[in-house]
Design a protein around this ligand. Structure first.
Ligand code: ATP
Ligand code: NMN
Length: 172
């Protein structure tokens, strides 16, 4: 039995993340999704809480054959102990997945196997593009799983991100 660990901020969980999970599912039996920067929310960069991101991920993967766990991981001041912090919060895992250069380096230095995946349709499947469309009234719905549209609707997420974006541009 192999268990993987995939860390990301998932602000929000989009179709690129889902494709990466589908690719990882070819390697592992179980997958922990680490919700990074779990302590941050209500900003343009990180609009959604850890709990809201857990809902997005859980509902998006409900039909998957993979056993998945979503675990919030708060940020730390010290990169040098971050991998131990991750391990203390997560079920045990055999291999980690990320395309983030800092994350790759930290896991490698800790002696944990880390695998990358290809980038899927990265021209549009990027969190910052989804958030920009949410703020400007563009078509963000086509870039995320249907379950994420429902979660964002349920929590009035568009109103929130537009409000925090307005506060940012007013220098509040
Ligand atoms: N389209 C994609 N294809 C494959 N991997 C992706 C894609 N988008 C993001 N990832 C990877 O998923 C992990 C988590 O990504 P993250 O939550 O930061 O999303 P992002 O789209 O890069 O968002 P942001 O623009 O908010 O930084 C990272 O390792 C990232 O490289
Ligand atoms: N010192 C730390 O707290 C530390 C170090 C490396 C990555 N992280 C987090 O891991 C996550 C990586 O996810 P992304 O690939 O989506 O950026 C982010 O939430 C990032 O803040 C935190």
């Amino acid at each position: 039995m192999t268990r993987g660990f995939y860390i990301g901020r998932f602000q929000p969980f989009h179709n690129g993340h889902r494709s990466m999970v589908e690719q990882i599912a070819e390697d592992v039996d179980e997958l922990v999704l680490g919700i990074g920067s779990a302590d941050d929310s209500h900003t343009v960069h990180n609009p959604f809480t850890a709990g809201e991101r857990i809902m997005m991920i859980t509902k998006s993967l409900v039909d998957s054959d993979l056993v998945t766990y979503a675990v919030p991981i708060e940020d730390l001041e010290r990169n040098s102990v971050w991998v131990s912090h991750v391990q203390s919060m997560s079920p045990d895992f055999d291999v980690a997945y990320s395309n983030n250069p800092l994350v790759i380096q930290l896991f490698r230095e800790a002696g944990i196997e880390i695998r990358q995946s290809p980038m899927f349709n990265r021209e549009v499947l990027e969190g910052s593009e989804v958030r920009e469309r949410m703020i400007t009234g563009g078509d963000w719905e086509s870039l995320v799983p249907e379950a994420v549209v429902q979660v964002v609707d349920e929590m009035d997420g568009i109103e929130r991100i537009q409000m925090v974006s307005d506060s940012d541009s007013n220098g509040d």
